[in-house]
Design a protein around this ligand. Sequence first.
Ligand SMILES: Nc1ncnc2c1ncn2[C@@H]1O[C@H](COP(=O)(O)OP(=O)(O)OP(=O)(O)O)[C@@H](O)[C@H]1O
Length: 227
Amino acid sequence: MAVFVIENVEKTFKVGEVVERVLKGASLTLEQGQVTALVGTSGSGKSTLLTIAAGLQQATDGNVIFNGYNLKNMSHEQIRQVRAKEFGFIFQFAHLVPFLNVEEQLKLMLEVAESKMSNKEQQEEVDQMLELVGMTHRKEAYPPSLSGGEKQRIAIARALIHKPKVLFADEPTASLDSKRSQDVMALIRHLTKTLGVTTLMVTHDEEMLAFADRVVKMSDGVILQDE
Ligand SMILES: Nc1ncnc2c1ncn2[C@@H]1O[C@H](COP(=O)(O)OP(=O)(O)OP(=O)(O)O)[C@@H](O)[C@H]1O
């Protein structure tokens, strides 16, 4: 079943008197357990499409249907709940909270997602997730002592600790060298498959496309090619 259906999405921005049409009827369907890479020239609308799909901004027209529900028929609060509970996010930089150790970063995310688990269950989830991302040995470490690749591993663990259905990744490897980028992408792919997540990733890095199940090309506000 398609987890996500993006249908004829339009987005216009008004800058002074000028109306800029950034998305011009973009459509995309995402399947569970797949990594979809969104590529295209700078300014083609990739991040705009990703943020609309993630409910971070509204489309001017068109539909974003998640799990059978159209985001445009939901209240702000309903969309916030979907974002907190059903979506996970990774960005170019890990944006970890500097004064929380690795374990605490993950527990905080469970709180944000309003987890109903007991403390013991939360601890088990955290331990399991740290195991999955290979960071058990660093669970008491604070962000300044982690390498770039380690930080991104924790960001991935934090994005997935509450078992979201969808993972949005905007340039997740852009701050890493080639070797660390490969490791991080292999991990994103592995977790997408293991946890049955639906992953949508924006990337500029051609090397990362090997880790995607589908590569979708955007140009000037539309999806050009879907392979
Ligand atoms: N809030 C906004 N107000 C006005 N224009 C915007 C806004 N957000 C995006 N744009 C414009 O929309 C166009 C597409 O931007 P977007 O960030 O989606 O492109 P992109 O394909 O992700 O680019 P890049 O690869 O450089 O990150 C750009 O011309 C940008 O200036």
